[in-house]
Design a protein. Structure first.
Length: 309
């Protein structure tokens, strides 16, 4: 029977990398090692365990049934090992070392250019490692220990993740010049009944929130799904697709040339809640709460307005 001396965290890291990308070459690049070295370490681990973790074909790599179970356990081991390092860092300086921070695409381009310099100035020993992904992927990365925290919109799918609120981000209506919305000072929900609305593609939490609102007010989704808010704004500017909903956070960037008619909603104003989230038991949670306070103080358009959770 193999002992703990026969298994290394490095081997587990290599196995998880291959499982993530289903390829040895890309996994080696991700781990910054040569492919032969990575392959040899995984083969050695398979020999120690007495099971095959991967099916190796000429064109693809797949996890075996045994690999599925053992990779899941390897992820948990690596998460715990990472938390040990984080705890040690916290005991010396909670704002020293790496912080893996995820950000959703409907937030990242509108806040990072402003808040990152502020964080670097406030915490000079902290090295931010940023990752932009959709909510589902960020939540998975948090659960697996590949991220320390994430900036995203609160949705029910977050489960048991802990959080602290950064800001409320009201929705606005964006329409092309000449659209009837331009005559309104504020938009009531009933004003959008039967309007054609462009939305983001599946996977964006903002799409889900906007779609729920559109369904409630009787607006119709156009048969086009954008990959970004920039694409939505450009399509509306063209005057060919209809109107759209945008988070207020994005308006200074997406309407910087003033080619959109932008109107706020009358009360009750639909909005999303932006929060900093992390997994339960994360050892630097107190530091994240302090960092959230810094984020609130420099948040574009919402300085000092958001309440703590």
């Amino acid at each position: 029977m193999p002992s703990l001396n026969d298994i290394s965290l490095r081997q587990l890291e290599y196995v998880v990398a291959v499982a993530d990308v289903l390829g040895f070459r890309r996994a080696a690049e991700r781990c910054h090692v040569s492919q032969p070295a990575l392959s040899a370490q995984i083969q050695q681990l398979e020999e120690v365990l007495g099971v095959k973790l991967f099916e190796r074909g000429t064109r693809r790599v797949m996890l075996t049934a045994a690999g599925e179970e053992l990779v899941a356990r390897a992820r948990r081991v690596l998460t715990e090992a990472g938390d040990i390092l984080s705890a040690a860092s916290r005991l010396s300086d909670p704002f020293a070392g790496n912080l893996q921070l995820g950000v959703i695409p409907t937030v990242a381009p509108y806040v990072l250019p402003e808040v990152v310099p502020a964080l670097v100035k406030q915490y000079p020993r902290l090295r931010l490692r940023l990752r932009e992904e959709k909510t589902e992927l960020l939540v998975r990365a948090l659960d697996e220990g590949r991220l320390d925290a994430a900036l995203l919109a609160l949705v029910p799918e977050l489960g048991e993740l802990e959080h602290t609120v950064i800001a409320e981000d009201p929705f606005v209506v964006a329409a092309p010049p000449g659209h009837p919305v331009a005559k309104l000072k504020q938009v009531r929900l009933q004003d959008l009944d039967e309007e054609n609305v462009l939305l983001l593609e599946d996977g964006h939490c903002f799409r889900s929130q906007a779609l729920t609102l559109c369904t409630r007010i009787g607006a119709r989704e156009v048969d086009f799904r954008a990959t970004s808010l920039t694409t939505l704004a450009q399509m509306v500017m063209s005057g060919e697709g209809g109107i759209t909903l945008l988070p207020s956070l994005s308006v200074p960037t997406e309407n910087r040339l003033g080619q959109l008619v932008v109107r706020s909603f009358a009360a009750p104003v639909p909005s999303r809640t932006i929060a900093l989230v992390w997994r339960p038991g994360y050892p630097r949670a107190d530091a994240l709460r302090e960092l959230a306070g810094t984020l609130r103080s420099v948040w574009p358009g919402h300085k000092g307005e958001a309440k703590r959770s």
